[in-house]
Design a binder for this molecule. Structure first.
Ligand SMILES: NC(=O)c1ccc[n+]([C@@H]2O[C@H](COP(=O)([O-])OP(=O)(O)OC[C@H]3O[C@@H](n4cnc5c(N)ncnc54)[C@H](O)[C@@H]3O)[C@@H](O)[C@H]2O)c1
Length: 291
């Protein structure tokens, strides 16, 4: 299936005024109280473990499947964010893209910062996130690992240096339970390549994402960026960007060995965003990478 050219986001839209959500959140040494959305899932559990390692209190979990959660959790699990009546500073969302509207409404009403790590959002949901970020601080990244965010920079640089003569193909591999394809990270890599290509070929350059070739029986066009999704077993996350030239191939890749890397990144993002002005933040804010 052919997709429209990826939208290259310039995501930071930090409001000048401080949001109600950020008021009173700062203060060094203050204990962070966290809510995990998607608490019963693979990443929700990894975040709880990362919080425990960092001495952070999980105030509650939220999960649509709360009713079937075993009683072994050390914190209460609610079906909807609004069922939680206590206080917390920040939420981390690793659930499903359809949860977003309720999550943002809750964070806004409760004056809470939000780390959105879920992938697969629709354009409309991303627009909701942008609107909400004028009222509360939101940290959004489809990949919470430092390594992948460095890879994004390397891909941008390579695409800018090599230009459209080198064909770009992205291969991503994930476990058999993953719901969305291509992965959010593969889309970010395509966006980074697009940025690089635009600096080489001109701002009007429009690559086309191609996620399915079998039905086409046609030669690859120069402006395509191919994305291939592999699903199987327990693969945590593999991404490779291939730049195929006439007589040479350059490969840039990242391999995640465990979910800890994303969970630790989300905890760092949560600590970073508490007390920040309303706005949309991402990993480049956290690790001072170039924009
Ligand atoms: N940003 C990153 O670095 C990163 C890393 C890994 C996974 N992810 C993304 O995080 C999300 C979760 O991944 P996972 O592997 O933990 O999935 P999972 O299926 O193991 O867990 C998702 C959990 O969310 C719950 N859930 C579903 N809909 C919900 C809703 N409307 N409200 C509340 N809870 C709901 C499910 O019951 C489940 O327990 C996916 O979108 C995945 O792509 C992001």
């Amino acid at each position: 299936m052919a997709h429209a050219a990826p939208e290259v986001k310039n995501s930071r839209q930090v409001a000048e005024t401080r949001s109600p959500a950020s008021a009173g959140m700062e203060g060094k040494g203050r204990v962070m109280k966290l809510i995990i959305v998607g608490a019963c899932g693979r990443m929700g559990k990894a975040v709880a473990e990362a919080a425990e390692r960092s001495g952070i209190t999980v105030a509650a979990g939220v999960d649509i499947n709360a009713a079937s959660a075993p009683l072994t959790y050390k914190y209460p699990i609610y079906e909807k964010p609004s069922d939680f009546t206590g206080s917390a500073d920040v939420l981390i969302d690793f659930s499903h893209h359809t949860a977003l509207e309720g999550v943002l409404r809750f964070a806004h009403e409760r004056r809470m910062a939000a780390v959105i790590a879920t992938t697969g959002h629709t354009g409309q949901e991303l627009e909701l996130m942008r609107e909400a970020s004028s009222m509360i601080p939101i940290f959004y990244s489809r990949n919470m690992s430092l390594g992948v965010n460095l890879l994004l920079e390397l891909v941008k640089t390579a695409a800018s240096a090599l230009g459209a003569e080198y064909n770009i193909e992205i291969v991503e591999e994930h476990h058999k339970h993953k719901l969305d394809a291509p992965s959010g990270t593969a889309l970010m890599l395509a966006e980074a390549a697009t940025e690089g290509l635009r600096s080489a070929e001109g701002e009007d350059y429009k690559p086309q994402l191609v996620t399915e070739r079998a039905s086409r029986r046609a030669e690859r066009e120069a402006h395509e960026i191919g994305i291939h999704s592999v699903r199987g077993g327990s693969i945590v996350g593999e991404h490779e960007v291939i730049f195929a030239g006439q007589n040479e191939v350059i490969r840039l890749s990242h391999s995640a060995a465990s979910r800890e890397v994303f969970a630790d990144g989300a905890i760092k993002a949560a600590a970073f965003i508490i007390g920040k002005p309303a706005g949309l933040y991402d990993m480049r804010d956290l690790v001072s990478m170039p924009r």
